[in-house]
Design a protein around this ligand. Structure first.
Ligand code: GDP
Ligand code: MN
Length: 398
């Protein structure tokens, strides 16, 4: 689960990381009021959306008066911010964060991630902050410092100092840098985060280390242990399809293709997406309907997949182990009878009672396209989708 920048800053501040003074606003008037509260004469107004790259997309504005703040936020509120991380549909701006502007001499990149190879928390840092990490690793790979933390002892001071030296932090600021690094690490571990990123971490003109931006992501499976974190969930920033799926207990990830997938098991769901691509198509989603594919669950899954208007064919791929193919086939037939869909449906069943399942599909009278192997199913789905497209083009031509 992602949270907003201002929330991440509030959390990190509690762990000893220095952040600028700021105030949250839900309207242009409130934003101007926040600036007055903060005092000073220059402010940064920042759109709060769950995505980076806001600076380049017009979501971060330097303002010199309350009037400028009103103008800048008038443009932001209610609009969608499209950054290279949001996808073409963008993310709605409903909150802005107003901070005192800070003068700085250096920008540093600092990230804490889970390194799956070493199975440890890895600190990734670079003296080339301000740029996105992908850009740094492409343009200045030699500037990147990596360090993994031994979980039994946590981040040690000497290790944090080594990182500070590698980043050429001035000696007088080493202690502040150590405090920043250990604060982030503790926040990461104690709150079950999967990512903490500060970009940029700056050295201010008056020689302080300050986190100008902050991003945190949390392990959704550990949220039950952190009610204060799970309260920070903002559904306005989530893909509505995924939010709906989570509410229905299905694991769904929306993608941009047009072949909808209904699969049991995460591994099989991924294999199905790969095979669709291999056959020349693009999957519209990842969907794991879980173990028991009851008619209700299958019907829910069809409704969810069909709520994506880009879907032009549906591939159902079920491997029945504990499950039984005849029950699943029953589920598919019931779901399609109750809620007919207007796109081709391809079903591949394998495992327990597969013959009985095939028979139910064949005698249902529904226009279900059957397949025996995954490859065959993917090819049929791609062909059905292409034929459907051709027909639609013809209809439009008429
Ligand atoms: P992002 O683009 O979504 O990562 O948003 P950031 O919070 O990183 O802001 C983008 C850029 O705005 C930063 O890289 C800074 O260069 C600049 N910026 C942010 N806050 C301040 C500030 O207080 N003073 C100055 N001078 N620049 C700032
Ligand atoms: Mn940033």
């Amino acid at each position: 689960m992602d949270i907003h920048e201002y929330q991440a800053k509030e959390i990190l501040a509690k762990f000893g990381v220095a952040v600028p003074q700021g105030g949250l606003a839900y309207s242009p008037e409130q934003a101007a009021y926040r600036a007055r509260e903060l005092g000073g004469s220059r402010w940064i107004v920042k759109a709060q959306v769950h995505a980076g790259g806001r600076g380049k997309a017009g979501g971060v504005k330097l303002c010199n008066s309350e009037h400028e703040i009103q103008d800048a936020t008038n443009d932001m509120f209610g609009r969608k911010l499209i950054t290279h991380q949001t996808g073409p549909e963008g993310k709605g701006i409903y909150r802005v964060y107003v901070e005192n502007a800070v003068d700085f001499n250096r920008e540093i990149y600092l990230g804490f991630v889970l390194d799956r190879t070493s199975q440890r928390v890895m600190i990734v840092a670079s003296s080339e902050g301000g740029m996105e990490i992908e850009e740094i690793s492409a343009k200045k790979p030699e500037s990147i410092v990596r360090s993994t933390v031994e979980p039994a002892v946590g981040l040690q001071e000497f290790q944090a100092r080594e990182i500070a030296f590698a980043l050429r932090i001035p000696a007088a600021l080493t202690q502040q840098m150590v405090r920043t690094l250990t604060g982030c690490y503790r926040a990461f571990r104690e709150l079950d985060a999967t990512m903490v990123e500060i970009n940029p971490l700056v050295i201010t003109a008056d020689n302080r280390i300050l986190a100008l931006d902050a991003k945190m992501t949390f392990d959704g499976n550990a949220l039950f242990r952190h009610p204060h974190v799970s309260e920070l969930r903002d559904k306005s920033q989530e893909d509505p399809r995924e939010a709906r799926a989570a509410d229905r207990g299905l694991a769904y990830i929306g993608l941009t293709g047009n072949i909808g997938c209904i699969v049991n098991g995460a591994g099989l769901a991924m294999a199905t997406m790969d095979t669709i691509k291999l056959a020349g198509g693009e999957p519209a989603n990842f969907l794991d309907i879980g173990g028991g594919a009851t008619p209700e669950r299958v019907a829910k899954a069809f409704r969810l997949v069909m709520s994506d208007e880009n879907v032009q064919a549906i591939l159902v791929n079920i491997f029945a182990g504990i499950n039984r193919c005849d029950w699943v086939a029953e589920g598919v037939v019931q779901a399609l009878t109750a809620n007919p869909v207007d796109v081709p449906v391809i079903v591949r069943l394998a495992g327990t009672n597969v013959e009985a399942g095939q028979k139910i599909l064949a005698t249902s009278g529904l226009p279900i396209i059957r397949a025996n192997s995954l490859m065959e199913a993917a090819e049929r789905a791609v062909t059905a989708w292409r034929n459907d497209q051709k027909q639609n083009t013809k209809m439009r031509a008429i």
